[in-house]
Design a protein around this ligand. Structure first.
Ligand SMILES: [Fe+2]
Ligand SMILES: [Fe+2]
Length: 403
């Protein structure tokens, strides 16, 4: 059994700086891909081989924090497959974006998403270094292809300015934004494409479930400006305030889950720093998912009263959705049970508001899954495999809550 660890943060930090120096958008033109079909085919092979190699490592995949585990990874691979089969672009950029997008959160197996406020080498950087290490095994890749893939993974966390981080090892490090435009001011597409794939699952009908699964433990979340504490009972209050009013009486940020969902939905536009380069098929996918997320958020604002039996039914279906589709793992199952216990302690009004959103999510997910399955079935069956996570991606996508 092989072991991969980052050694010290200082050593890993040095390696990340090397990766930043090694990457140059000029190199992308030397990637050996000649057509869109070849990009998709080769990216699929690279991803499948890398995942197969993971079995030799002592990694605790089922223990990845829920919301960033096997469900997100599978949907990323599926969304990337659909996006890059339909997006008009340079096939070399599509190749790197497909691999980077599908594997962007692989670093969550090494570093917990919610311990990041005291680290400068975070899940994105850890994932980049680990991927570069694993790709050494794939002899048909060139160094520049490995570097471009690793860089795109590191850059998926969209830093919009410099920040000073007091790290757990006592050092203070300055985290700088990644390069996202080339010297002519043009987008470095593989960096953007990797982020696009991530955004497709931070939106749409799976996102509420992903975020909800992170609430079983108190943790810090990020609202684009600051890290703030998330506490379950307050977070579940179905308030939908203006961004500037999302603070307590001491001025400390206290965003609710409705507000968090709305913030994500509202950022899915070409007017936002995240969506400013979206075009073509990405806009189509993004807008469809954004509408779904908005309908889910607004369901919390419509007062609905459910009978105790109906509430029980909805909560049961919601729990099956969480561990059957959103996070299909033992941890997903345990966490969804813990959360249901916590949910039962909330006020009637809050429970009913969220039951109404859970129900809307189920309807939206059913439509989303049907559409995704149609796309998948048009593909070559070799692309269904996502071992060791699943033998067939359709098993993760197809609705599991009626079983
Ligand atoms: Fe991430
Ligand atoms: Fe992600």
């Amino acid at each position: 059994m092989k072991i991969y660890n980052l050694k010290s943060e200082a050593a890993a930090w040095e390696e990340v700086q090397r990766l930043r120096r090694d990457f140059n958008p000029e190199l992308l033109k030397d990637i050996r891909i000649n057509s869109g079909e070849e990009a998709v085919e080769r990216a699929t092979e690279v991803i499948q081989r890398l995942l197969t190699d993971l079995k030799d490592y002592n990694l605790n995949f089922p223990q990845i924090s829920p919301g960033h585990g096997s469900g997100h990874l599978t949907r990323d691979f599926v969304n990337a497959g659909i996006l890059f089969r339909n997006l008009e672009t340079d096939p070399r950029d599509a190749f790197v974006g497909f691999v980077g997008g599908s594997l962007h959160d692989i670093g969550c197996v090494i570093i917990s998403r919610y311990e990041e406020s005291t680290r400068a080498v975070r899940h994105a950087e850890a994932g980049a270094l680990f991927t570069r290490h694993l790709l050494e095994n794939q002899k048909d890749l060139s160094d520049l292809e490995r570097t471009a893939i690793a860089y795109s993974i590191a850059a998926h966390t969209h830093y919009r300015g410099e920040s000073e981080v007091k790290c757990d090892d006592g050092e203070t490090r300055i985290v700088k934004p990644y390069m996202e435009l080339d010297k002519n001011g043009k987008p470095v597409w593989p960096v953007w494409f990797t982020r696009w794939v991530d955004r497709l699952d931070c939106n749409g009908p799976a996102y509420l479930g992903r975020h909800y699964l992170t609430l079983a433990e108190e943790h810090k979340d990020f609202d684009g400006l600051t890290h703030f504490d998330v506490r379950f009972a307050h977070h579940m209050t179905p308030l939908l305030r203006h961004f500037k009013d999302q603070v307590d009486d001491k001025g400390v940020r206290n965003q609710t889950m409705s507000e968090h969902m709305k913030m994500f939905a509202d950022s899915q536009t070409n007017e936002s720093p995240y969506g400013k380069h979206d075009y073509g098929f990405m806009v189509q996918l993004r807008d469809g998912s954004k509408d779904m997320l908005n309908r889910i958020v607004y369901a919390t604002q419509v007062p609905t009263i459910f009978s105790p039996e109906r509430e029980r039914e909805i909560r049961e279906v919601w729990r099956k959705f969480l561990y059957g589709n959103v996070e299909p793992s033992m941890l997903g199952s345990v966490t969804s049970g813990t959360l249901d216990g916590m949910f039962g302690e909330l006020e009637d009004k809050t429970r009913h508001a969220w039951c109404s959103a859970f129900l809307t999510t189920i309807y939206e997910y059913s439509r989303w899954a049907e559409e995704r399955l149609k796309y998948i079935e048009r593909q070559d069956s070799r692309s269904y495999s996502f071992k060791p996570i699943t033998d067939d991606v359709r098993e993760v996508i197809k609705p599991r809550y009626w079983e």
